[in-house]
Ligand binder design. Structure first.
Ligand SMILES: [Ca+2]
Ligand SMILES: [Ca+2]
Length: 125
């Protein structure tokens, strides 16, 4: 239920903020994820150490091994671009529907052909 229609479930707002006054665009813990993204990622909006982020991206034969922090009951997709400044919409989806294996998800992208890429990890559901 989302009675104030801000995209944040009432129970979630109550749990972390004690009411329905949380704004989806605010980032009260200053970790770079706003409340809406914390809600979707399953991270804690009042704890800056709880965040969706890459842990490391390590060169391997034919590409990179990519690890990120994950939360239960989520699915992720991995995108990449050869151009860091490309808009997220221009990033290419490499894999999607990746089921969470908390606390860490790991994917080997061995399709880079030796090129350097920049990666984005995103929530599918
Ligand atoms: Ca935050
Ligand atoms: Ca957080």
């Amino acid at each position: 239920m989302d009675t104030d229609g801000d995209g944040l479930a009432d129970a979630w707002e109550q749990q972390y903020f004690g009411g329905l006054s949380a704004n989806p665009g605010d980032d009260p813990d200053g970790d770079g994820l706003n409340n809406l993204r914390e809600y979707r990622a399953g991270t804690t909006p009042t704890d800056s150490s709880s965040v969706l982020e890459f842990i490391d991206i390590t060169p391997i034969l034919g590409g990179f091994n990519i690890r990120w922090s994950s939360q239960p009951n989520r699915k992720y997709r991995l995108l990449r671009s050869a151009i860091l400044s490309a808009s997220p919409a221009a990033y290419q989806v490499i894999q999607t529907g990746l089921a969470a294996t908390p606390p860490i998800n790991e994917v080997a992208d061995t399709t880079t052909g030796g090129a350097v890429f920049f990666y984005i990890v995103d929530i599918v559901e």
